[in-house]
Design a protein around this ligand. Structure first.
Ligand code: ZN
Ligand code: ZN
Length: 188
């Protein structure tokens, strides 16, 4: 479909999400967020902060307060909190369920925290929460999943039912390092 065309119009950019999170964090830690503090926290220039704040204000995410402090609107605070929570859940899913390295998980969770839609995030939360529970089915699933087996069950010569044009097992394994290359073709 035309999803990729709409990408640029997505309401929140990655940097917007992080600016909002920085304001929320500063408010929590110090009780206020000043332009200079935001700049320090994010490692950007004050003028960069000022121009981003203009964008965030135009979108109704922040208000300017007297004395150079920045206040989140209710919508802005909601966004800051949601994107941060998204990142946490994504990171737990990647490390605890998929056993991805902490550093890779941290980076990937950060990259998509503002892009995942609420329905997808909710189901991912449900799945993560279930698989981390003590339910015997969850334990059995994880054990069997971690034992390995075929990296892609749709794999077939000349095409792949699951992956399409190229089987990701072949395309990605060399790029993913030992985590994936350790997986054998045959289920054990
Ligand atoms: Zn991020
Ligand atoms: Zn495949």
């Amino acid at each position: 479909m035309d999803t990729w065309k709409r990408y640029g119009e997505k309401e929140v950019s990655h940097s917007m999400a992080h600016y909002l999170q920085a304001v929320a964090a500063l408010k929590g830690e110090k009780g206020f967020a000043r332009v200079g503090d935001i700049a320090d926290r994010l490692g950007v220039s004050k003028s960069g902060v000022t121009s981003m704040l203009r964008t965030l204000h135009a979108r109704g995410y922040v208000d300017h307060e007297p004395y150079g402090c920045v206040e989140l609107t209710e919508v802005g605070r909601g966004l800051a909190e949601r994107t941060e929570s998204n990142r946490r859940v994504l990171q737990v899913f990647l490390t605890d369920i998929l056993s991805v390295d902490e550093s890779v998980a941290e980076e990937d969770a950060c990259m998509i925290e503002h892009l995942v839609s609420p329905p997808v995030m909710l189901e991912l939360l449900r799945l993560t929460s279930f698989l981390r529970s003590d339910a015997p089915e969850a334990r059995a699933f994880l054990e069997s999943f971690r034992r390995g087996g075929a990296a892609c069950v749709g794999h077939a010569p000349g095409g792949c039912d699951l992956c399409g044009p190229v089987c990701l097992r072949d395309a990605l394994s060399p790029m993913a390092g030992e985590t994936l290359t350790r997986i054998d073709d045959t289920p054990r």
